[in-house]
Design a protein around this ligand. Structure first.
Ligand SMILES: Nc1ncnc2c1ncn2[C@@H]1O[C@H](COP(=O)(O)OP(=O)(O)OP(=O)(O)O)[C@@H](O)[C@H]1O
Ligand SMILES: [Mg+2]
Length: 437
């Protein structure tokens, strides 16, 4: 896939989710590579409108200014990021270069030394010779960066099923479909049932897909390898250190583990809808890794989550791949009560009648409930500032906040309904219709 094609592909993707900041940043970076300065500038600024503190967008904008000869504007941003303690190697390198061009050699050298200490593989010939660093000094600390990138994907979660409110149906299915076969492989073999294959969780945003995947790892005391959208984008762009083979390799070396692909529709997009061979190649590679071609996925529980399962290539649903598809609905009343109880743990709260709050929050996701409590906390803080005395959260506070807030899941159902009605592959999305009744 060449640059222009890649830009077109990302533009298409962005049209579907205009608020996706990582996607927009990636597109901006590609526009920079293609010397499409005004497009890049527009995208960086758009990200900053939504989130004025987005460091990546600021850094991008500064580099853009630098490339387009607005040096002092660039330095203003670099200064600010640097003074705020940002030490991203990319920033240090660009900052140091800008300072050199601005004639501030001392400061430039100081910044460059920091860079070399932190990320020796990013040493720069021109700056090296300017500041007369010997190759040795620079090379000394080299090596091991690839593993760092993968290590960052690996965690040992401290949440278990008990920390997840409601979701009883989902927990049961996960237990039956992947935890049991994992714990008792012999029993399953006796029935000639192969362990393996993955679970795909789908549903409206904020209802606990990512959370329960993490808790699955915690539940069986396994490691959690989480691959997010930005890792996936790196793969698209061909950033080798986090390629798919590397990620599956890291998982195989760290069994038992849960290998989790978040927002998997980005990686598993329908090949039929794709004009570009690069994307198809990545998906084929993903499929063959899932199949464990040439190696084994034993001891790896593969999970994925998405808001848009209909965008995924049907090949992902074949046996042995994501052959178990679970709908994660918004919590029911009982679930909401349990989530509220969990969220209020350790909070200054006054014996809140969570059951009554659960009753008036139909359609609220777990994340919405969290937002509800955050809103109460903010109110309480504002009160405490004027009275000088912190008061606990009460049932009344919560009911008041609930009246102001709207659930975020409805919109998802509006579009999901159409897929369930008109593209319901063999009843795949029946559960959506059942839930909506
Ligand atoms: N069942 C739950 N119990 C406790 N907390 C929950 C539950 N569901 C959601 N939350 C809270 O809401 C937050 C958001 O949930 P999570 O990120 O898992 O949603 P998601 O389904 O992955 O959403 P998205 O589709 O937007 O990625 C969690 O970090 C957690 O704090
Ligand atoms: Mg999620």
């Amino acid at each position: 896939m060449d640059l222009t094609e890649m830009i077109a592909a990302l533009e298409q993707a962005l049209a579907l989710s205009p608020d996706n900041a990582p996607l927009r940043l990636q597109l901006a970076a590609l526009c920079m590579n293609a010397d499409r300065w005004s497009d890049a500038e527009m995208h960086y600024k758009q990200v900053l409108i939504n989130n004025p503190q987005d460091q990546k967008a600021k850094l991008g904008l500064a580099r853009l200014f630098q490339r387009t000869d607005r040096l002092s504007a660039a330095i203003v941003i670099y200064d600010e990021l640097y003074d705020r303690g940002v030490r991203d190697p990319e920033l240090l390198l660009a900052y140091s270069r800008a300072l050199v061009r601005d004639g501030s050699d001392n400061r430039a050298q100081q910044v460059y030394m920091e860079l070399v200490a932190k990320a020796p593989n990013m040493a720069d010939d021109e700056l090296d010779s300017l500041f007369r660093l010997s190759g040795r000094e620079v090379g000394d600390i080299e090596d091991g960066d690839d593993n760092d990138a993968l290590d960052r994907l690996l965690i040992k979660p401290d949440v278990k099923f008990a920390d997840v409110g409601g979701m009883d149906g989902v927990k049961k299915e996960i237990a039956l479909k992947i935890i049991m076969p994992f714990r008792q492989p012999d029993l399953y073999k006796a029935y000639n049932k192969k362990a393996g294959g993955g679970i795909l969780l789908y549903g409206p945003p904020g209802c606990g897909k990512t959370f329960i995947a993490k808790a699955t790892a915690g539940e069986i005391d396994a490691r959690f390898v989480s691959v997010g959208i930005s890792d996936v984008l790196d793969m698209w762009i061909g950033n080798s250190e986090k390629n798919l083979a590397g990620i599956f390799g890291a998982a195989r070396e760290n069994t038992p583990c849960v290998l989790f692909f978040d927002e998997i529709d980005a990686l598993g997009a329908n090949r039929g809808h794709m004009k570009h061979s690069g994307g198809r190649h990545l998906i084929n590679q993903f499929l063959s890794e899932l199949d464990g071609t040439g190696s084994t996925n034993e001891g790896i529980l593969i999970m994925g989550a998405t808001n848009a399962p209909w965008h995924m290539d049907p090949a992902f649903r074949r046996p042995g791949r994501f052959d178990r598809i679970i709908f994660v609905p918004p919590p029911d009343q009982e679930g909401r009560k349990r989530i509220l109880d969990l969220l209020l743990r350790g909070m200054p709260a006054d014996d809140v009648d969570t059951a009554s709050i659960a009753k008036v929050t139909d359609g609220f996701s777990g994340a919405d409930l969290k937002g509800l409590i955050d809103a109460c906390v903010e109110d309480k803080l504002a009160d405490a500032f004027s009275s000088g005395k912190p008061e606990p959260i009460t049932t009344r506070d919560m009911r008041k906040a609930a009246g102001r807030l709207r659930p975020t899941t409805r919109e998802w159902f509006n579009s999901a309904k159409n897929y369930a009605l008109y593209a319901n592959d063999g009843g795949l999305y029946d559960e959506i219709l059942k839930y909506m009744k």
